[in-house]
Write a protein that binds this ligand. Structure first.
Ligand code: HH2
Length: 262
C-alpha cells in the first residue's frame, strides 16, 4: 500500500493552497477532511518554499503551525500522523511537542533533532534556498547527484540514530522541467538504488503545468494540473514509492485503488 500525505499549508502564499485555510479552524477542518478521504499523514507547513519565496521568520512560522498542529493532533487521536514541513529546528521541535511525529525536512539537515526526539524524518534534495534555487539548477548528471546526496544523508541520519527515514528527490527544487522528467522516468531505478523508502511530491507543480500546456513560458494554471498530478502519483505508486505528497487526497486515493496501491 502506498501512503498518502495530504498537504496542509497554513500560509498566505503557497503556490496552490496559500490563504485557503486562513484561520486555524479552517485548517484543522481541512486536515480532518483529508484524513476522512484517506490521508495517512497530514503535512502541516507554515512557509512557502516555491521558487523565489522569501524566508518566513521563526516567530511567524511558529504562530502559523503550532496551534494548528496541536488541535489537529487532538482531533485525530492517532487516526493519522502529522508531519511538520519546515527547515527550522525550533519550528520542528515545537511542532513535535504539539503532536507531530515526522519532520518533513526540505533542507535535509534536521536529522539530529529527529535522532534526539525519536521522530521520523524525510530528507529531501534541493540546492541553496527557495529564493535562489532555480539559478542552481545545473547538473552533469541529475540522477546520480540526487541519488548520492540522498544515500549519504540517510546514512548519516541512520548512524546518528534516526529510526524512520524517507528520502525524496525534491521535484521542482532547483530542478528544471528536463531535470524533473529525468528523475520521474528513472524513479524505478532511484527506488531500487537508494535502499530507503522514497517519498515524492509532484502534486500541481509547475512542470505538470508545462507538460499540460506544452509551453515552458506558459504552464497550465495550478487549478488545471490535477490530471498530471494524478498520473504522477499513480506512476510513483507503480514504481514502489512509499509515500505520495498530494493536495488532492480523495482523487489520489481513488486512483491508487485502480493500481492496487490501496
Ligand atoms: N514540495 C513542497 C513543499 N514541501 N516536501 C517534500 N518532502 N517534498 C516535496 O516535493 C515538497 C515538500 C512544495 O509544495 P507546497 O507545500 O504545496 O507549496 P509551497 O512551498 O508554496 O507552500
Amino acid at each position: 500500500m502506498t501512503l498518502v500525505m495530504g498537504v496542509l499549508n497554513v500560509t498566505p502564499d503557497s503556490f496552490y493552497d496559500g490563504g485557503r485555510w486562513a484561520g486555524p479552524d479552517e485548517a484543522v477542518a481541512h486536515g480532518l477532511a483529508m484524513v476522512a478521504q484517506g490521508a495517512d499523514i497530514v503535512d502541516v507547513g507554515g512557509e512557502s518554499t516555491r521558487p523565489g519565496a522569501q524566508p518566513v521568520p521563526v516567530r511567524e512560522e511558529l504562530r502559523r503551525v503550532v496551534g494548528v498542529t496541536r488541535a489537529l493532533a487532538q482531533c485525530l487521536g492517532g487516526r493519522a500522523r502529522i508531519s511538520i514541513d519546515t527547515r527550522k529546528w525550533p519550528v520542528a521541535e515545537a511542532a513535535l511537542e504539539a503532536g507531530a511525529t515526522i519532520i518533513n525536512d526540505i533542507s535535509a539537515s534536521l536529522w539530529p533533532l529527529a535522532a534526539a526526539s525519536g521522530a521520523g524524518w524525510v530528507a529531501m534534495h534541493m540546492r541553496g534556498e527557495p529564493a535562489t534555487m532555480m539559478s542552481l539548477a545545473r547538473y552533469d548528471d541529475v540522477f546520480a547527484e540526487v541519488r548520492d546526496f540522498l544515500v549519504a544523508r540517510a546514512g548519516q541520519a541512520a548512524e546518528a540514530g534516526v529510526e524512520e527515514i524517507w528520502v525524496d528527490p525534491g521535484f521542482g527544487f532547483a530542478k528544471t522541467t528536463a531535470h524533473n522528467l529525468v528523475l520521474l522516468a528513472r524513479l524505478p531505478e532511484l527506488v531500487a538504488a537508494v535502499g530507503w523508502p522514497v517519498l515524492v511530491g509532484i502534486s500541481r507543480k509547475r512542470f505538470t503545468g508545462v507538460l499540460a500546456s506544452g509551453r515552458e513560458d506558459e504552464p497550465a494554471p495550478v487549478q488545471d494540473r490535477l490530471e498530471g498530478s494524478l498520473a504522477g502519483a499513480v506512476w510513483a505508486m507503480s514504481c514502489g514509492v512509499e509515500v505520495v505528497r498530494v493536495h488532492d487526497v480523495g482523487p489520489t486515493v481513488d486512483a491508487a485503488k485502480l493500481v492496487g496501491a490501496r
